[in-house]
Design a binder for this molecule. Structure first.
Ligand code: GLC
Ligand code: GLC
Length: 813
């Protein structure tokens, strides 16, 4: 085992992760912005900004997979005599006397010290404003007067992040800027169809600037040694085509002990078509001036920052636990909830592993993300459900993804993923249980965004269920279509052509017998929810109709979906078993174990317990549970992408963290608290943080999509951090199934499942207009609530009936 170095630590009091060494094993990033304007920022200030859509409205440029890694971002160069340094160490990499990066809730603060000067930059996006604030504080800690030369730096993206990387024959001729006082405006393509521009401003007089990259950097230099900075002389360049940038130059004099603030603003503006220009060729800057004036002093910026912090105080006050276990509490109270907000905002679009150009909002992804987010800002969750449902087709199928800017289904990816429709029920039910807002079911929602096609949201749910029922295979199990949750199990693809996408190619499907046990389990789980919802809303006939379908599915699974020790995974095109002891490789898969145990199919005959035991026996390893076992060692034409990955990575026997919670919930329902906890702790970031910062490689404060599995070259190495359904599922698992605080239509159901070592804990839960303080006394039990006392009086059953106001609840297990 290689030496596990530490690069940082949690600061729970400030809700921050503190990075103390800039050379982390991979860029450790954070997200700024909560609604329209967003930025990604690494621990060395790398990253980029965009408005709403990382593909269509990219504001600053970023080069993925660069050498060196993570080059490009918002950089401050400080020239102090002959020494040039950056507060975040990069890009100059001048050794610093002190370095610290604090990633907090929607903000990042990076501090560097060199030769008696401290430079600290606070980065955040103020609420409801379309800009990133960079408040730089320079302080002279030496006993001599300091004369510093300060250069700022941003590189503009030509808006469409995809063509920005491709269409150089055009791009090198389109770039345009304007300079006015201390503001540099980026207006490429504004002369034609764009109604938006960006600007980079500082609230101080400048002594020079640059807007042309080549002039500023020098064609044969790098960000680490730009010509203008090295010489200490701005060129006052004006970009015409090529690559426009924005760099301010400021001469700063600091007396001993003196400090000065500079507020830099990266802003985005949209104008009405007929108000675009104030004079021929001159952009209308009215809105930019207004935005700047709202944030042009330290006081105004500090106030905006306080508002952001207050938002997070409120959000994180909705569910708060005190267990006495710091590692659990900090994930539940801070980081897991924070990551859920981020996945809700970005789906799988923009991270340091998702380039922001490939993918929009996923139908299944966003529905799952909702479940981690719905308690935070229910009205936004409501709107999201409507947006997602609007991309459905009249037959219940749907676009697999949609673009956040246009909210239109993405034609390039298409549809045909047969698990997709069920997730709409999953998301909607979670929303109603949290809010009690049944009116969402009557909301009129179109198909494929076509005006005039509207039906109620409830109707969308109904056709979602029916889509499964109408697409059953020879074993009466759901046909898989292009793929189910596992995008890489492509049973109708049959591709020998490396130029075909596994995701969108379906070479044969006519006459297919490819069925999915994962969808079967998902259908039973969401079907039970759907039946309960129908009963709740007085639709008894519909409830009875669906109950029949659910029962039939349960029978089909018991009959054709059980392999003896675990649930099968699927049937292939020809109707042959997948995930069976009869197979040479991939005899067992996690997804069907998760969904069929969550559905409790065959629990009465011991199927659930056997399946869970098999997960422990064949899938579990030190770092979590792998997706399948044994891993595929060769490409299987009939299975598609899953077998394209080397052993132990991604969908081929990687620890695909997203699906571990499914099994954990299965364990919880079965009352096996010790097992549930041990699976959970293995992939809980705070536990990994303590042991494996070097090996894990990616950010230790959030979950990543995939950790290399036991068959991989380096088991335990993490990849694809941040944007993963793992966030919502970890939240759902711990908040509802482990700690056992479950929103329900009429109140909160209390049903914890704990390791026998658990001690008393208290959950503070705001729920609709009520505020519950719930203390659980486990008394060594893993499961089973014996007594619930509400405001001093015992109640029947385990559901605390909802009523507004403050309540104290005591639970004895
Ligand atoms: C990715 C996708 C998700 C899919 C999973 C498994 O995380 O975003 O939609 O379910 O991979 O293939
Ligand atoms: C696949 C990935 C999978 C992802 C899919 C869609 O290559 O393995 O995780 O869901 O692409 O982008």
């Amino acid at each position: 085992m290689e030496q596990q170095k530490r690069y940082g630590h949690f600061d729970d009091q400030h809700r921050e992760y503190v990075i103390t060494d800039p050379q982390t094993p991979w860029p450790w990033i954070n997200y700024l912005g909560n609604e329209d304007f967003f930025s990604l920022i690494s621990n060395t200030a790398g990253g980029y900004s965009f408005y709403k859509d990382a593909k269509f409205r990219r504001i600053t440029r970023y080069r993925y997979n660069n050498v060196p890694m993570d080059n490009g971002g918002r950089y401050f160069y400080i020239k102090d005599g002959d020494t040039v340094w950056n507060p975040g160490w990069k890009p100059c990499k001048t050794p610093l006397d002190f370095y610290e990066c604090r990633h907090g809730m929607s903000y990042t603060r990076i501090t560097g010290r060199k030769d008696g000067v401290e430079a600290s930059v606070l980065f955040f996006v103020p609420l409801k404003k379309w800009c990133e604030v960079q408040k730089l504080t320079l302080k002279n800690e030496s006993s001599a007067v300091k004369k510093l030369k300060l250069f700022s730096f941003e590189e503009w993206c030509l808006w469409n992040a995809a063509t920005d990387m491709e269409n150089f024959q055009r791009n090198f001729s389109t770039g345009e800027v304007e300079i006015e006082g201390s503001t540099i405006y980026h207006k490429t393509e504004y002369r034609e169809r764009r109604n938006h521009y960006a600007f980079y401003h500082v609230n101080a007089p400048i002594q020079g600037y640059d807007t042309d990259r080549e002039t500023f950097v020098g064609l044969y230099n790098e960000f680490a040694n730009p010509d203008a900075v090295m010489e200490g002389k701005p060129r006052n360049s004006h970009a015409h085509g090529w690559s426009p940038i924005a760099s301010h130059y400021i001469e700063v004099e600091l007396k001993p002990g003196e400090s000065k603030d500079f507020v830099f603003l990266l802003g985005y503006i949209e104008n009405e078509q007929d108000e675009k220009f104030e004079a021929p060729q001159v952009i209308n800057k009215k809105k930019a001036h207004a935005l700047i004036s709202e944030l042009d002093t330290t006081e105004k910026v500090d106030k905006a920052f306080a508002e952001l912090n207050a938002l997070w105080d409120n959000l994180l006050n909705i569910y708060k636990v005190r267990t006495g276990n710091d590692k659990l509490d900090r994930m539940v109270n801070i980081w897991n909830q924070y990551q859920c907000m981020v996945t809700f905002n970005f789906s799988r679009s923009a991270s340091f592993f998702e380039s922001g150009v490939g993918r929009g909002m996923g139908f299944r992804d966003s529905n799952q993300d909702l479940v981690g987010f719905v308690h935070q800002i229910p009205p936004r969750a409501r709107q999201r459900i409507i947006d997602i449902a609007s991309t459905q087709f009249p037959d219940g199928g749907c676009y697999h993804q949609y673009q956040p800017l246009t909210k239109r289904g993405n034609n390039d990816i298409g549809g045909g993923f047969n698990d997709d429709p069920c997730w709409l029920i999953f998301g909607t039910v979670a929303y109603i249980k949290e809010t009690g807002d049944f009116s969402i079911l009557d909301e009129m929602v179109p198909f494929d965004n076509q005006p005039g096609s509207e039906v109620t949201l409830f109707e969308h749910l109904k056709i979602s269920m029916d889509h499964v029922i109408k697409n059953l295979g020879p074993h009466m199990l759901p046909l898989i279509g292009r793929a189910d949750w596992n995008d890489c199990l492509n049973l109708n693809c049959f591709s020998w052509d490396p130029n075909e996408s596994f995701q969108t190619t379906e070479n044969v499907s006519e006459g297919t017998k490819a069925e999915s046990l994962m969808i079967a389990g998902l259908f039973v789980v969401t079907g039970k929810d759907y039946v309960a919802l129908c009963k709740k809303t007085g639709k008894d006939d519909e409830a009875a109709r669906m109950q029949k379908a659910v029962d039939a599915m349960i029978d089909a699974v018991k009959k054709h979906g059980w392999d003896g020790e675990w649930y099968l995974r699927a049937y292939d095109f020809y109707g042959r078993k997948i995930g069976s002891n009869e197979n040479d490789e991939a005899k067992i898969f996690i997804e069907s174990q998760g969904w069929c145990t969550m559905a409790e199919i065959g629990a009465e005959d011991g199927l659930v317990a056997k399946s869970l035991d098999s997960c422990k026996k064949y899938l579990e390893c030190e770092h979590g549970m792998v997706l399948n076992n044994p891993a595929f060692s060769k490409y299987i034409y009939e299975y598609g992408e899953i077998s394209s990955y080397p052993e132990g990575y991604k969908e081929n026997a990687g620890i695909f963290c997203h699906n571990n919670p499914w099994v954990i919930i299965g364990e919880c329902l079965a009352g096996r608290g010790n097992d549930a906890w041990s699976h959970y702790a293995k992939i809980l970031p705070s536990y990994v943080e303590e042991k494996y910062q070097t090996l894990h490689k990616v950010e230790p404060y959030v979950n990543c999509q995939m950790v290399a599995g036991k068959d991989a070259f380096k088991p335990g190495e993490g990849k694809n951090s941040w944007l993963t359904g793992t966030a919502a599922w970890m939240w759902y698992t711990v908040s509802e199934f482990i700690l056992g605080i479950k929103p329900d239509y009429d109140g909160i159901r209390i049903d914890p499942c704990l390791p026998e070592t658990a001690t008393d804990y208290t959950v503070q839960r705001k729920f609709r207009d009520a505020d519950y303080e719930i203390t659980i006394h486990p008394n060594g039990a893993q499961k089973g609530v014996k007594k619930v006392v509400l405001d001093g009086s015992p109640i029947e059953g385990t559901v605390i009936p909802y009523s507004a106001g403050k309540h104290v609840v005591e639970v004895t297990m």
